[in-house]
Design a binder for this molecule. Structure first.
Ligand code: DI6
Ligand code: FE
Length: 402
């Protein structure tokens, strides 16, 4: 397979370089799944190769959603309604609501049902220009159901042209069966669930929700050590509700990313800057929870910590399935520039998944993962919402209309 995407304005977003790096009126040569050349001039001289005319649209790296909980059973709109009618969260939780409601619905769903219910959500992300999605487990909370979730997540790429990266998040919450013995659940994760996920090639990373209502720093460290022992990468839901020091711990273990981080302090920022760990901001959860604590964007910038941006798509705290909405929220809620937002869903999102050596930027030798947009200004991707701008995607060298 050898073809040329002609007549496009390229926004490269190469990690080390400044700015959008726009090449006006260029053409991109693609062989198999790779970008083999980028030429000035709208059209190639040799027209014997198959050419797709981009009609002067903007081409960015394919967007990467680097933190989602896209696979789950059930729906929590009833809780949303109860909460807004004044029912306190504690009462909702007592009635079996909250994360437990999703755990129960996920446990009783089959792999096929999980796939079926995730597809419309995945379609939302695809329409917003996404070519790679990270999906976490974390609503099974036992061996079989965590494995089932990861299988469903992986299988989504057989149903849609999209690349899936899977993360084991068995340490999302302490399951009801282990409320009295949470350390036993940590042992189950370390000794049984991580080895199985690894053995079946179902996850490339392990994530932990390190928080007073979930897992302690000590428990998190044990899980990180097990992940590393089995050759899996690590990342964490850190400093979302309180400051725990989880980001420093993640940095100490050379983690890929720390996510949420509203309560991250300067010591934590310094630790990230030294380890090269990505700071992933999740404005959807910030917005939905009406959080007021701002993540330390200014300090992240000062210390050159790469910032990624993601949906955190989940039924409890971020029921949003459009990555361009997060780009807008990154700007409006956190004060990112549109350029930082675009970096956050391309090269920095790739780094947050450890896949930046082959995707997340437009360059010779990179995988041909691209999104074509109906605009001439890259700021438009963060500026507008609802006025669908993504026209088509190239995934692993294959062209797909949206
Ligand atoms: N942080 C969150 O905000 C979500 N998970 C997490 O680790 C909550 C997930 C849910 O309520 O279903
Ligand atoms: Fe999350």
């Amino acid at each position: 397979m050898h073809w040329i995407l002609a007549n496009v304005h390229i926004v490269s977003m190469k990690p080390g370089a400044e700015g959008y790096q726009v090449s006006d009126c260029a053409h991109i040569e693609i062989s198999n799944n790779k970008i083999t050349a980028i030429h000035p001039g709208a059209f190639p001289e040799d027209l014997s190769v198959e050419v797709i005319n981009g009609h002067q649209c903007l081409v960015t790296p394919g967007l990467i959603d680097c933190h989602t909980h896209l696979v789950y059973g059930g729906n929590r709109s009833n809780e949303f309604e109860m909460r807004l009618n004044g029912v306190p969260y504690t009462e909702i939780a007592k009635k079996g609501g909250g994360i437990l409601a999703t755990v129960n619905a996920t446990r009783s769903a089959s792999v096929e049902e999980l796939i079926e219910s995730a597809l419309p959500r995945l379609d939302g992300l695809i329409k917003s220009g996404v070519t790679t999605v990270e999906i976490k487990s974390g609503y099974g909370l036992n061996l079989n159901d965590e494995i089932k979730m990861l299988r469903a997540a992986k299988a989504l790429s057989l149903h849609r042209p999209v690349k899936i990266e899977t993360t084991l998040l068995a340490a999302h919450a302490v399951p009801p069966e282990y409320q009295q013995a949470p350390d036993d659940y940590v042992s189950l994760i370390c000794d049984t669930i991580i080895p199985r996920a690894r053995e079946e090639h179902l996850a490339s990373a392990v994530d932990v929700f390190c928080e007073s209502i979930a897992f302690s720093l000590e428990q998190t460290e044990k899980i990180f050590q097990a992940a590393i022992k089995y050759g899996l990468k690590i990342k964490g839901h850190m400093e979302q509700l309180t400051h725990s020091g989880g980001s420093e711990l993640t940095a100490r273990y050379q983690g890929l990313s720390v996510d949420h981080i509203e309560y991250l302090d300067e010591k934590g920022v310094l630790a990230l800057s030294q380890s090269g760990t990505v700071a992933t901001l999740l404005p959807g959860a910030f917005y939905f929870l009406r959080e007021t604590q701002q993540p330390p964007v200014k300090q992240l910038r000062e210390h050159n910590v790469p910032i990624a941006l993601s949906t955190d798509a989940n039924p409890g705290t971020s029921p949003f399935y459009d990555l361009t909405l997060m780009m807008n929220m990154g700007c409006t809620l956190f004060g990112l520039t549109p350029e930082e937002s675009l970096r956050g869903v391309t090269c920095n999102a790739a780094k947050a998944l450890g896949i930046h050596h082959h995707t997340g930027a437009i360059d010779i030798g990179m995988t041909a993962d691209l999104t074509l947009w109906d605009t001439s200004d890259p700021a438009d991707l963060s500026y507008q919402f609802g006025n669908q701008k993504a026209l088509a995607r190239v995934v692993d060298g294959h062209y797909h209309q949206i």
